[in-house]
Ligand binder design. Structure first.
Ligand code: ZN
Length: 239
């Protein structure tokens, strides 16, 4: 079997069987201090699909951070088929401010994808992640939670029935085996809506959804058993 290719995201490069930890520059604070987004690349020894996994898009939703760290702890690059791109803290300004939205522009990051090169802080973070990392992936998972509000276990497919790769996104949602799939087109700017829509020539097909997540979840690293979806019926905080 042939070896995997080098995985490159921004300035970071991981060869076959390697893991690289680093940062992506994404704008700056008002005093010029650079904002850096932590990112890890795990390039498996053997070629396969690339999964992009991000957490803490909303700065007060921290369970996904524990899931991302557990994924990074468990995955051995030498034993991996395929590649992982993990962003444990996506919304760095909101995370440090202990709040949902980015304090630098007041925006919700998950309404800013695919971002703007010269936009506000949230738009720049979305642009850097989308252009440098998301487009390298075949599959895209965005971890959210109910925060202080109630939320059932559900996976959200936000591309909409008319969207490209709708069926593929639904299949990705089903492999979590949770049983509840929210199948509803999301608002503009959501990563799970923006990513699968970028399927014009030159862009790789990309399936994307927002899966359930709990601290210490055993499901995130394995993507196991298919399960037929049921309709979700519970209060829905914005993802
Ligand atoms: Zn959220």
């Amino acid at each position: 079997m042939r070896a995997n290719d080098v995985l490159q995201v921004g300035p970071l490069r991981a060869g076959p069987g390697e893991r690289i930890d680093g940062y992506l520059p994404a704008g700056e604070l008002a005093d010029g201090t650079p904002i850096r987004i932590p990112i890890s690349l795990i390039n498996g020894a053997r070629p396969g699909k690339t999964l992009y996994l991000q957490a803490v898009s909303d700065g007060d939703e921290l369970n996904g951070l524990a899931v991302a760290r557990e994924v990074l702890r468990r995955i051995d690059p030498a034993a991996l088929t395929g590649r992982l791109i993990v962003v444990p803290i996506t919304n760095v300004p909101a995370f440090h401010a202990h709040q949902h939205t980015n304090p630098l522009d007041g925006k919700k990051l998950n309404r800013c994808f695919p971002g703007k090169r010269n936009g506000s802080s949230s738009e720049r973070i979305a642009y850097v992640l989308f252009q440098q990392a998301v487009v390298r992936a075949d599959l895209c998972l965005d971890l959210h939670q109910g925060s202080v509000r109630p939320m059932i276990d559900e996976v959200r497919v936000r591309v909409g029935k008319e969207g490209p790769l709708y069926r593929e996104c639904m299949e990705l949602a089903r492999v979590f085996g949770i049983g509840y799939v929210l199948d509803e087109r999301g608002p503009r700017g959501q990563l799970a809506r923006a990513a699968p829509a970028r399927t014009t020539p030159g862009w790789r097909p990309l399936r994307s959804c927002t899966p359930p997540h709990h601290a210490g979840s055993h499901r995130a690293p394995h993507l196991p058993r298919p399960d037929p979806p049921r309709a979700a019926a519970a209060p829905r905080p914005p993802a």
